[in-house]
Write a protein of this length. Structure first.
Length: 689
């Protein structure tokens, strides 16, 4: 980074000068930077929701549940219905509306129909078996096995399974005789109909509108990113925490872009409507990463920083129509390119991102068996220690194996369940005591809590459990038998379930964290090598670049999966953190970033024709392919190959030289990864600069 003195800062502010409005341009930049810090703080309190997609999903689910609740109350004025049927209708409608995937209208109706039929079948089974009978308890682990096993087949199976499970548990809790089943079937049919009404008629998914909102979210993220860069340029250097804030903005931008690409996949005939908009989103993401990378390394000379501050302020004042000039140096050029990509119309073409491969038929049986065993153990322990609410323990054990791939992830999810339940216990007691005797007020708070629980779903699991525990406290208050002991019992049962799940995850069919991480590493390494080879073929052999965008997406997805798999081993839930894995993740993270940059250069056209560069480039590509085999096999490299990435390339600014330096960086990093005992090679860029 360029050296910065107090005089440099003064130069920047003097050279930037006032805008036409008479105000200093950095004032606008600092204002946006403050807004960026505010958004970063809110990100920690509430999970980011680009395009308000989760908010709308939570609203659909809450409205479907609330509508069913009031309709069941209305029916209860003419026909005698247990109060618990109101809760059953509310819960089933909510789960159907929340879990049915955003398919076509016909496919959504089909899924809702099967979910309703599944709920009716499990309700009838629970009524026949009896709520507290041995048969009813034995059937629950079997049902949970089926739900977990089929969940890996796709979101449709998740929806059908979860709704069926919720209906079964409610029927067990109610303990109503078989004679009451016909009216309960009516409630379930009403719940399914209300969910269909909300999802298919009143508030259907509108992928095109959602995509437009996501584009707005992307623009907002880019503005906040540029505001942080502008503030650093105005000050002449990065302030403490500034680069970390920039990294968060880039990460959130990537999340918004992935969501937008997913919405494009959901639009029927997207090729004719949007052309290759998904490819433009990819270009925006690469451009933003390029800007952030350059800004993090070097903000430029005082004159270049002044140009960046002035042009960013003018760009904001004109709604982004004026990009930064080339006087801003490499950073200004990168910002100008990003603005250009944002403004240009998407090119025509039917290309779309590749879909995931089908799930093998055998997949899912291990977590399904673990779920069944953990649930059975939780039920048995509850019968010995806390027999009154055994189904809470069973459900706590069940959730530990949903969406987790290893022992560490299961235990981490169990800990989040306990923490959320503990916080909800305190909040539930306070709210239930405050609202005692006020049924309508309690119902209003329940509706808000349900909305917040589903809005936090997936993004913040512990927060969702917190709100669900509060909902239970308020429901018990409405039903007339709320006590502190009831919620305390929920916490105790949750602990029993988590302990049972932890024992099974650690002792039975153990899905070891290291094995899961190794599998994810192999998948990422293969995608990385495919991208590097494809990019090199474009620059060295003039091959087609048509499949490079899909390879870039694959690399990003595989690295995201690797990062998720490694999270539990790098978190505080482990007895000791894996230092070697942490080092490997840093190196592979660099490889992912460099490979994406390399592909970006190849897409923009940068043939490597200089004989002095062709040889090093080809040897680096060959070395990267060789390191893949050693990385996945865990074998050390031969001593004579340890210096594959040590060739010095002149530090010129043209893209061909930069592409070769990127290849050498990747080769050196993979060499360090594939032999844990070896010291990492110094990266070529450090010696070439």
């Amino acid at each position: 980074m360029a050296n910065t003195t107090p005089r440099d800062v003064g130069e920047v502010r003097q050279e930037a000068g006032p805008t036409q409005s008479g105000k200093h341009p950095e004032g606008r930049v600092h204002h946006l930077a403050s807004a960026g810090l505010l958004h970063a703080a809110l990100d920690r309190l509430l999970p980011p929701d680009p395009g308000s997609l989760r908010l709308l999903a939570a609203l659909r689910a809450t409205l479907a549940g609330t509508l069913t609740f009031f309709l069941v109350v209305l029916i209860g004025t003419a026909v005698e219905l247990p109060i618990l049927d109101r809760v059953l209708g509310f819960a089933v409608a909510l789960f159907i509306a929340a879990t049915v995937p955003p398919l076509s209208t016909g496919e959504k109706l089909k899924t809702i129909l099967f979910a309703g039929l599944g709920a009716c079948a499990t309700t009838f089974a629970a009524s026949v078996l009896g709520g507290q009978s041995v048969a009813g308890k034995v059937a629950l682990p079997v049902l949970m096995f089926a739900v977990t096993y089929f969940a890996v087949r796709g979101p449709r199976y998740v929806s059908i399974g979860m709704v069926s499970l919720v209906a079964y548990v409610f029927a067990l809790v109610a303990g109503q005789p078989v004679e009451t089943v016909p009216m309960r079937m009516l409630v379930l049919a009403l719940a399914a109909a209300d969910a269909a009404l909300l999802r298919c008629v009143l508030m259907p998914e509108r992928p095109a509108a959602e995509f437009e909102r996501l584009q707005g979210a992307i623009r907002g993220r880019i503005d906040r990113m540029l505001a942080l860069i502008g503030a650093a340029a105005a000050a002449g250097a990065w302030k403490p925490g500034g680069k970390a804030a920039l990294g968060r903005e880039v990460e959130r931008l990537a999340e918004a872009i992935l969501l937008a690409q997913a919405r494009l996949n959901a639009i029927a005939g997207a090729a004719g409507v949007y052309g290759r908009s998904w490819l433009q989103l990819l270009e925006i993401g690469l451009g933003a990463e390029r800007v952030a990378r350059i800004a993090g390394e070097d903000l430029g000379t005082p004159a270049e920083r002044a140009a960046i501050v002035s042009e960013l302020a003018a760009s904001y004042a004109n709604n982004g129509d004026r990009p930064a000039r080339s006087e801003g140096g490499p950073l200004g050029t990168a910002i100008a390119m990003l603005k250009h990509v944002q403004r240009k119309a998407p090119s025509a073409g039917p290309d779309k991102p590749a879909v995931a491969p089908p799930v093998p038929a055998i997949a899912g049986w291990k977590p399904a068996l673990q779920t069944a065993l953990a649930t059975a153990l939780a039920i048995m322990l509850s019968e010995i220690v806390l027999p009154n609410r055994w189904y809470w323990a069973a459900f706590a054990a069940f959730v530990m194996f949903q969406g987790t791939r290893s022992r560490g992830e299961s235990i981490a999810k169990g800990m989040a369940f306990i923490l959320g339940t503990t916080g909800g216990l305190v909040g539930g007691v306070l709210l239930a005591t405050l609202l005692a005797g006020h049924e309508l007020a309690s119902l209003a708070v329940i509706i808000v809590a349900v909305f917040l629980a589903f809005q936090a779903n997936v993004a913040a699991y512990g927060v969702m459990v917190f709100w669900i525990t509060i909902i239970l406290g308020l429901l018990f208050g409405m039903l007339g038998y709320f006590t502190f002991d009831v919620l305390l019992l929920r916490l105790e049962e949750a602990a029993v379930g988590v302990i049972s799940g932890g024992l099974v995850a650690s002792l039975v069919l153990v899905r070891r964290d290291r094995h899961v991480v190794d599998q994810a590493t192999s998948a990422f390494a293969q995608a990385l090598v495919d991208l590097v080879r494809g990019s090199a073929a474009v620059m060295l052999d003039e091959a087609s670049s048509a499949d490079l965008p899909s390879r870039i997406l694959t690399v990003s997805q595989r690295f995201g999966e690797l990062r998720t798999a490694a999270a539990s081993r790098l978190s505080g839930f482990q007895l000791s953190r894996d230092g070697e894995l942490q080092r490997r993740m840093v190196l592979l993270g660099g490889c992912e970033s460099w490979a994406r940059e390399l592909a970006d250069i190849a897409l923009r056209g940068a043939p490597i024709t200089d004989p002095a560069l062709v040889g090093p480039a080809r040897r680096a590509v060959e070395g990267i392919g060789a390191w893949l085999g050693r990385l996945t096999a865990g074998t050390p490299p031969p001593p004579q190959e340890a210096d594959t990435g040590t060739e010095v390339v002149p530090a010129l600014d043209d893209r061909a030289h930069h592409a070769v330096r990127l290849l050498l960086r990747i080769d050196a990093a993979l060499a360090a990864c594939s032999f844990p005992g070896a010291a990492p090679h110094p990266l070529p860029a450090q010696r070439a600069g």
